[in-house]
Design a protein. Structure first.
Length: 392
């Protein structure tokens, strides 16, 4: 059976990368999988994994060998020219060097890489952390694959710079953005990868269940994201201020550093708006909510996105969506699924749009679910991706 070494940020530990739970099931049917997380992600408890999957200790717990770090620093001196007196660039560059140092301090992983054959796969789930080591890998028989999402893809999010990006792209055998917007972005700057760049969408699981709209006159709106500067959850408050003709129940799943600021914003909302902050919950709890409660609308107002898995989950239950037209979001929020709004939107105008959606039957939930089934069904997408890797 072909082997696949999967480098993650912290999966199967920690809270993040929950969407890998679906992908790993499909990969384990095709490959003998070994996961190498970079860190524990705040928890040493592993999530349940398929039988054919093993987990290595995180790279981060290895003792950093400074002799390795010095060699890497010398080899990467040309990269320093790109920092151009930018503190943000310097910080990212140093972070990359640190990650590379931990990678090459793990002797057992380095030895295992050498044992892989030309039918095996080295799969970096992100373009950062462990993937910073890609340019410094020795020539290996196994194929090297790198997925790219949002923060590890769009260089404009990092002062127009990403450490070792060109070297990464030249070294790998396949570059896998999760959206066509990501592909377009890469090809504008790195046209030499046109023959090895392949879009493979993420996906989520679901069955035939469709969440129903409210029937009691209360409008129920849901959002799912971290509470941080990029997700701009506080702007949902600005929108809801202008919906005064109906009772509104807004439920938010997710936590983050700006929660206190959000709680202060919520206090300013009119009395017809009730807010339920659920904090961090596992995906299954969100799915249970969709099964047990009516939901009228899903909303996402991020300033930047890859393609939000939270929107995939919402449309898998037939829920209409209002979202900002950023990154790959326009690829999932078609006119069949919902409404796109400008990144720098007017809250009052969006409130008017939302109210029109809620006051009408503008969206057929069966059509929304069918759109998910065609484009973002986990079983279909990950089987296709696993087959791609197998034949690479």
């Amino acid at each position: 059976m072909q082997r696949l070494l999967l480098f993650t940020s912290s999966f199967p530990y920690g809270k993040g990368e929950q969407f890998l739970e679906d992908e790993i099931e499909i990969l384990s049917e095709v490959f003998k999988v070994k996961i190498i997380p970079f860190s524990y992600g705040g928890s040493i408890v592993s999530r349940k994994l398929p039988k054919n999957v093993k987990v290595n200790k995180p790279l981060y717990i290895e003792k950093l060998q400074f002799s390795k770090l010095i060699k890497i620093l010398i080899a990467s001196l040309p990269e320093m020219k790109k920092i151009n007196f930018s503190f943000r660039r310097l910080r990212l560059y140093l972070s990359a060097l640190r990650a590379i140092g931990f990678f090459f301090s793990n002797k057992s992983i380095l030895e295992e890489l050498k044992t892989l054959t030309d039918s095996d796969i080295i799969y970096f789930y992100w373009g950062h952390v462990s993937a910073f080591a890609i340019p410094f890998l020795p020539n290996l028989k196994a194929k090297v694959v790198m997925r790219l999402h949002r923060g590890d893809l769009y260089e404009y999010l990092h002062d127009g710079y990403f450490p070792f990006r060109e070297q990464q792209l030249r070294k790998v055998d396949a570059v896998i953005p999760i959206s066509f917007d990501g592909r377009k972005f890469l090809l504008r700057k790195y046209s030499f990868i046109k023959n090895k760049i392949f879009v493979h969408r993420l996906g989520v699981k679901n069955d035939s269940f469709i969440t129903q709209p409210s029937k009691d006159g209360i409008f129920r709106i849901v959002s799912v994201s971290s509470i941080n500067h990029v997700k701009r959850v506080d702007l949902i408050c600005e929108i809801l201020k202008y919906i005064r003709s109906h009772k509104v129940l807004w439920t938010h799943f997710g936590d983050g550093p700006l929660r206190k600021k959000l709680e202060e914003k919520i206090k300013e909302l009119p009395s017809n708006v009730v807010v339920n902050l659920k904090g961090f919950v596992r995906r299954n709890d969100i799915f249970r909510f969709y099964r047990e409660n009516p939901v009228d609308l899903f909303i996402n107002v991020s300033s930047s996105e890859g393609i939000p898995v939270s929107i995939m989950e919402a449309i898998s239950y037939g829920i209409p969506v209002v979202a900002t037209a950023v990154g790959g979001t326009p690829e999932i929020v078609s006119e069949k699924v919902g409404i796109l709004i400008e990144k720098e939107f007017n809250p009052k105008e969006v409130a008017f749009v939302i109210q029109n959606v809620l006051d009408s039957s503008a969206f057929d939930r069966n059509v929304i679910k069918n759109y998910w089934s065609i484009y973002y069904n986990a079983e279909k997408n990950y089987k296709k991706f696993a087959e791609f890797l197998k034949n690479l």
